[in-house]
Design a protein around this ligand. Sequence first.
Ligand code: FEO
Length: 398
Amino acid sequence: MYNVRKIKENLYWVGANDRNLPNFERIIPIPRGVSYNSYILLDEKNVLFDTMDASAGDLFFENIAHVLNGKPLDYLVVHHVEPDHASNIHRVMETYPEAVLVCTAKAAQMIKQFFGNGFESRMMAVKEGDTLLLGKHNLTFVLAPMVHWPEVMVSYETTEKILFSADAFGTFGALYGPMFADEMNFDRDWLDDARRYYTNIVGKYGMQVQMLLNKAAGLEISLLCPLHGPMWRENIGYFIDKYQKWSTYTPESEGVLIVYASMYGHTENMAEIFASKINEAGVKELAVYNLSHTDCSYMIADAFKYSRILLVAPTYNNGLNPLMENFLHELAARFIQKRTFAIAENGTWMPASGKIMRSIVEEMKNCTVLEPTFTIKSALHPEQLSDMDTFINQFIHN
Ligand code: FEO
């Protein structure tokens, strides 16, 4: 049965929650699920903003039919062609034969690539600044390439000052009743997943996110409607400020992230002692992750949060532990910048992991990589503790 929500007069959420999908994009764990947001705005011309993941097909069409209640669907605005939003385009166009599909020219090409031909004559390609009058409401289209794919645009409704922001300002996490961020404790319950969503999905495209934020800065926004997660009608500046920080690779905290890999627990023991000593040295905000246990999407998110990152890994096959190697390549792929790294290695006969970790992080822009590497052979011993203190002192005061 339909499950729709009234967001404001004439604006309805017709989306769905997904608590079954284990990994977003079949890669990133989403233990709190995800929502696929889709909206209908009723006016002289009725508009559906984006479709949805294939998994929610039937519910989605019940939702649309309930809100339209026999009225025609005049436009389908497609902001983004990634299949978590686009999988039902064909079915919408078939079900509502009077509907015109509004998207960028690039999106039109991608729709054809994904879903084949069939409704070219009912497509309207729009460019930056084009408008669409719906009656009382009026849409202006704003291009947002690479937030998160090249075809993306957002829509600004000028009468009620609503920004339909596509993937931007989205978050992992299924909606659970409340629809607005101001009805939740967002900072406590959602921010970590919002950061993990941003950094893993669009973290690489900070420059393009900055371009969108600069355009948005010229708009008065009373309601923000993203494609995932809650809507924003209060304190929107709080979330925009987070996006400012994340897209400029500016740390939110002067704390320390410790990421370690360990085979038999000796490198782990070193990482644990590092955490204790760094805290005793005065650092209050720390996060410690075991790469064997936690998906690296969590560490990528915290690498964007903290200013200092300590990498701790054993040598493996005369090289670097592959979990650490994968994490560092994933981090480098997000163009992480402006961080201070410190490196600690373990090697029983020929320690090599430190050199490899260093060679990867030295390529990262505007990062400091402390010298020297802290090295243990097989296990940490008490006579190394004063060297460890010196190493920590340099790290946290750099
Ligand atoms: Fe939510 Fe880039 O799709």
